[in-house]
Design a protein around this ligand. Structure first.
Ligand code: MTE
Length: 331
């Protein structure tokens, strides 16, 4: 039951500017929708230069839960695709790897890496199903051997108005979809993350979220050459906090579309619901394209802050990828 007297949060008090990194949700709406109370949601402000262990580590083998030593991340020898050039320096790895949104583990960005470090990301399978001619469940390592793996330098923009630039390693989602032969009735792609409360503390009951995390794209967006399935970063396996062992990256959209730790990909005829849109539709729409002139209800999107230097830069339409994606959204 909601308390009758509520202490307002800083971002609700007129005259106080919302901190973009602060909480996401329209709390009252969220509580009504979920029929529960006590959602503790607080993003943490960045301490520039924050560093720490990058090693989230690979999976512990089954039965090795007592072994506190994470396995090292394996190097990946992928050729860099020269088509994707950056207009800003790469974000240092130690900063990107210690400032993460991965709500299954924590709502506090600086805590995710530590809480996720023993996440078991092998063995891992990815099921591809729905409106396809050849539904298949791939063992991830078998799939990676089939895919055209390359490195790409991409800008990354969170809806909270922070940004980074990182070297992802992965393959175009289209290469995977081609393998399963999409039917003409396939209009959307739905993706689902893992669900394992034993490993992910925030998935444990009582939880206020509709786990597992789910996202979606149109088929046109999914087969766009920019849309990447990512298994590596900075020349090695993805560490758990970045979404090991396989995640989506759609760099012209706000970061919440880039779902981590994907276990299922389903082609659908109808537009699928998406996690944050279900929780707070006014704030997080299905499209979530980076648009500087469209403010978030609680803050401007006109500029962004680099997480390493704190530098403010003007937000670029479609995060600077308009030449590759603007045609998807005719006015
Ligand atoms: N995927 C899952 N499964 N769970 C999450 O909480 N957070 C999203 C996205 N993918 C999220 C997720 C958000 S809000 C952002 S900004 C990016 O992951 C952050 O990616 P990074 O931690 O690798 O920078």
């Amino acid at each position: 039951m909601a308390p009758s007297i509520r202490i307002r949060k800083p971002w609700e008090i007129p005259g106080l500017r919302p901190t973009p990194e602060a909480a996401f949700l329209d709390r009252r709406k969220f509580l009504v929708r979920m029929g529960r109370t006590g959602v503790g949601i607080a993003g943490a402000g960045l301490i520039p230069g924050v560093a720490g262990a990058i090693l989230g580590g690979c999976a512990q083998p089954p039965g090795a839960e007592d072994d506190p030593k994470p396995l090292p991340l394996r190097p990946i020898d992928a050729t860099r695709n020269p088509q994707f050039k950056l207009d800003r320096p790469l974000t240092p790895e130690a900063v990107a790897a210690n400032y993460n949104n991965f709500w299954e583990f924590s709502e506090i960005k600086e805590r995710v890496a530590g809480l996720a470090r023993n996440f078991r990301s092998r063995p891992w399978t990815v099921e591809v199903a729905g409106k396809v001619g050849k539904p298949q469940t791939f063992d991830l390592d078998d799939l990676l051997r089939l895919m055209p793996i390359e490195e790409r330098l991409y800008r990354f923009r969170c809806v909270e108005a922070w940004a980074m630039a990182v070297p992802w390693v992965g393959f175009p989602l289209k290469a995977l979809l081609d393998r399963v032969e999409p039917l003409s009735s396939a209009k959307f792609v739905r993706m689902v993350s893992f669900h394992d409360p034993k490993q992910a503390p925030n998935q444990r009951p009582p939880t206020h979220y509709p786990w597992p995390y789910f996202e979606g794209l149109t088929m046109e967006e999914a087969v766009n050459p920019l849309t990447l399935m990512v298994n590596g970063i900075y020349g090695h396996d993805l560490p758990p906090q970045h979404g090991a062992p396989l995640r989506l990256i759609v760099p012209w959209k706000y970061g919440f579309k880039s779902i981590k730790s994907v276990v299922r990909i389903e082609l659908t005829q109808k537009r699928p619901p998406t996690f944050w849109n279900e929780l707070s539709p006014r704030e997080y729409d299905f499209w979530a394209n980076v648009e500087p002139e469209v403010p978030h209800p609680r803050w401007s999107q006109a500029s962004e802050r680099m997480i390493d230097t704190g530098e403010r830069r003007p937000t670029l339409k479609y995060n600077g990828y308009a030449d590759l994606v603007a045609h998807l959204y005719p006015a």
